[in-house]
Design a binder for this molecule. Structure first.
Ligand SMILES: CC(C)(COP(=O)(O)OP(=O)(O)OC[C@H]1O[C@@H](n2cnc3c(N)ncnc32)[C@H](O)[C@@H]1OP(=O)(O)O)[C@@H](O)C(=O)NCCC(=O)NCCS
Length: 183
């Protein structure tokens, strides 16, 4: 478990499902809404804020827990080898995909997202991954750029039943240390 003074990053499990859904429901409406057309966002929100059991049990998806008695979750995110939009395709063994990052709105800009990313980098490197891809929300593009990602192209993510939301495909080459990674 990696720790700072206030919080710690640990591997998630299926037992975190309820708390992760609550965290996503606290984070996404307030931090993502400005990037989207309101009616579209209202339709997408219930689908975006459900904890994903496959990620929870993957061993490469993490939660950030507050230090102290109640251990409340203030962040989540991780990586997977499969592209979210191509779950059954063969994987590229040196490519990882960042998935479902969120910080609680009371804890933004305090390094929670960066701590999650650094954990992703450390674990993915050990697994032979040297490039990360992410399908960033409109509002998170600046965050991923700060981590060393470069923007590749705008895209749309299909959420099912004629529902797609705008997104941004981004890439990060992990040729140096996590905080110096270049795009
Ligand atoms: C994107 C998100 C996870 C960032 O979490 P965070 O814990 O606030 O990020 P950090 O504090 O680690 O920020 C690291 C750096 O990213 C950049 N950054 C983060 N949020 C930013 C913002 N809103 N605008 C501009 N830059 C930002 C900054 O350079 C920041 O460093 P600094 O605070 O020292 O300047 C959070 O805003 C969030 O949950 N957003 C809603 C959900 C979402 O869009 N998730 C991405 C799905 S693809």
């Amino acid at each position: 478990m990696s720790k700072t003074a206030d919080f710690a990053v640990r591997t998630a499990s299926l037992e975190d499902a309820e708390a992760v859904s609550a965290l996503l429901q606290a984070s996404y409406p307030s931090l993502m809404a400005l990037g989207y057309e309101p009616v579209l966002f209202a339709r997408a929100l219930p689908l975006l804020t459900k904890a994903n059991p496959a990620l929870l049990s993957s061993g490469t998806w993490y939660v950030v827990e507050l230090s102290g008695a109640d251990g409340a979750l203030i962040g989540c995110g991780g990586w997977a080898r499969q592209r979210p939009d191509a779950p059954n395709e063969p994987v590229d063994t040196v490519l990882g995909h960042l998935r479902h990052f969120a910080t609680h709105p009371k804890w933004t800009r305090r390094g929670v997202g960066r701590a999650l990313f650094e954990r992703c980098v450390a674990d993915a490197r050990l697994a032979g991954v040297c490039t990360f891809e992410c399908y960033s929300s409109i509002m998170a593009e600046a965050f991923y750029r700060a981590l060393g990602f470069r923007t590749v192209e705008p895209m749309k993510i299909a959420l099912g039943d004629n529902l797609t939301i705008p997104s941004v495909r981004m890439l990060c080459q992990m040729t140096t240390g996590p905080s110096e990674a270049t795009g």
